[in-house]
Design a protein around this ligand. Sequence first.
Ligand code: JD8
Length: 231
Amino acid sequence: MKLEVITIFPDYFAPLRLSLIGKALDDGLVRLLVRDLRDFTHDRHRTTDDTPCGGGAGMVMKPEPWGEALDAVLAEVPGGPPPTLVLTTPAGEPFRQRVAEELSRLDHLVFACGRYEGIDARVPAWAATRMPVRELSLGDYVLNGGEVAALAMIEAIVRLIPGVLGNPASLVEESHADGLLEYPVYTKPPSWRGLDVPEVLLSGHHGQVAAWRRAQAEALTARRRPDLLPG
Ligand code: JD8
């Protein structure tokens, strides 16, 4: 996967060079290019925002720098299939595990990270004439910009790419992977501060362990996230 990010805060994405995502980069499973939006401005102050049309508080991101940045992205895939543009926004479609799975199968993703009151609405409108556009929200709360959301989405997406995680089997039982929350996990010691590991997990009966874990996941989901259960 070729992964591009366009932002006025490129340093936000330095953490992607760490841990598993960093290894995926080193292994060539993912190629990352972080573009500074200010490189696509032409004034002395490298301005990326302006006052909102119609009035109101705050500033809006100008369309021109975004247009030039996206032109630069497209110039690198002449005649080839265009990337999918992911625009993070609180007004977006909810980013869920199934969206992460869908995006993890694409060859080229570009994340547009806005700031201020958001990006001029003509940017996604124009971009949609040149490439698929997904406007996605990390959750129902307000952040100061799109970078944190993009980081979370990128981690959720990249970890699903074959070869990134050492043990792909671990993807199967994860929370939300099978529509349920994850069962509680334990390790040694068998007793800690008067709290014991459930006996079944020490029994060596794999079938009983699997049944206990499924029951725990179902009970936890019913208690904390009944909305995830069918019917
Ligand atoms: C992109 C600018 C800040 C948002 C005025 C605060 C996603 N789940 C999410 N919450 N917030 C965002 C998000 C916030 C952003 C931008 C994403 C660009 N802001 C704006 C509107 C109100 N400020 C997000 N994904």
